[in-house]
Design a protein around this ligand. Structure first.
Ligand SMILES: Nc1ncnc2c1ncn2[C@@H]1O[C@H](COP(=O)(O)OP(=O)(O)OP(=O)(O)O)[C@@H](O)[C@H]1O
Ligand SMILES: CC(C)(CO)[C@@H](O)C(=O)[O-]
Ligand code: BAL
Length: 290
């Protein structure tokens, strides 16, 4: 694996490979890698001739009071993991290389980006869309791999790619979980042991929602209230977003009449955990009694 730290050097390395017709698979990350990231990497490697992973903690997507400064970083450990995974190129640029002067240009998907996580983090998704567009322009991948854990993010990126005809195939990858069901996330390291133990309530709430829907609860407001109450049974959990939405458009719906997306943002202390599940009772087995 080669670690490349400048845009110019990466372009120099990838240009001949692209011109030789070798497909490039790209995994953008903010580092501090875990099994979720490594699953995206495995897909990118399996489906492309050349694999590129970026590690860049993007200041544009952090609000003034967020965790940019303390976001976990360990480049040496990440390099060892990516080397072992057989990645071809790690792109780890500095902020000065990505943003030599303040950005005047912004890519925004304002409607999808201003609600749910976007309502709690104003400007976050414009920061994501802008850096992902810039990374796509630098890497020019054939395919880019994103985790479904960040469901709103991948929905926004798919829409951006469609609207702007960006020549990239966006590949969503299912959420990878720890043994107790908690979604792998770099921010899990912020949790105290008590918060980590309590966090299992989040995947359990996804199961509870599926159970309620299977037993015939169809009112969205009823379901949201019952899932919020379920989460509140855990004293360390502070539910911030409990939303059932249309899985493709993220639009609000009133009743369950097909597949529905449950999005959860739950705070434990200062740490916000994300999770989600598309619940489709027509494809779920094991009907339960109410
Ligand atoms: N558990 C997971 N399963 C699959 N993909 C994941 C998982 N966690 C993160 N990803 C994906 O990895 C990519 C890089 O994400 P990022 O580096 O922000 O990691 P993260 O664990 O989501 O970090 P954070 O804790 O800051 O949310 C994103 O596409 C993200 O959706
Ligand atoms: C896609 C991304 C790498 C853009 O900075 C980031 O939002 C992330 O890690 O999910
Ligand atoms: N959603 C992953 C990146 C972030 O939280 O800023």
């Amino acid at each position: 694996m080669e670690t490349v730290t400048t845009i110019a050097e990466l372009r120099e390395k990838l240009g001949p490979l692209r011109r030789a017709g070798r497909s490039i698979g790209f995994v953008p990350t903010m580092g501090y890698l875990h099994e979720g990231h490594l699953t995206l990497v495995a897909r990118a490697k399996a489906e492309n001739a050349v694999s590129v992973v970026s590690i860049f903690v993007n200041p544009l997507q952090f609000g003034a009071n967020e965790d940019l400064a303390r976001y976990p970083r360990d480049l040496a450990r990440d390099q060892a993991l990516l080397e072992a995974a057989g990645v071809d190129f790690l792109f780890a640029p500095s902020v000065a290389d990505m943003y030599p002067r303040p950005m005047e240009t912004v890519v925004d998907v304002p409607k999808l980006g201003s609600e749910l996580e976007g309502a709690a983090r104003p400007g976050h998704f414009a920061g994501v869309a802008t850096v992902v567009t810039k990374l796509f322009n630098i890497v020019q991948p054939d395919a880019a791999y994103f985790g479904e854990k960040d469901y709103q993010q991948v929905t926004i990126i798919r829409r951006m790619v469609e609207d702007l005809a960006q020549p990239v195939r966006v590949v969503p990858v299912p959420t990878v979980r720890e043994a107790d069901g908690l979604a792998c996330s770099s921010r899990n390291v912020y949790l105290t042991p008590a918060e980590r133990a309590a966090a299992v309530i989040v995947p359990n709430a996804l199961d509870e929602a599926a159970r309620l829907i299977r037993t015939g609860v169809t009112s969205i407001s009823d379901l949201e209230a019952r899932i919020t109450a379920f989460l509140r049974r855990e004293p360390l959990a502070e539910p911030e977003v409990v939303a059932l939405r249309h899985p493709d458009t993220l639009e609000a719906i009133e009743t369950v009449s097909g597949p529905v997306l449950l999005l959860l943002f739950v705070r434990f202390g200062r740490t916000r955990l994300l999770d989600n599940r598309v619940i489709d009772i027509s494809s779920e087995t094991g009907m339960e009694a109410a």
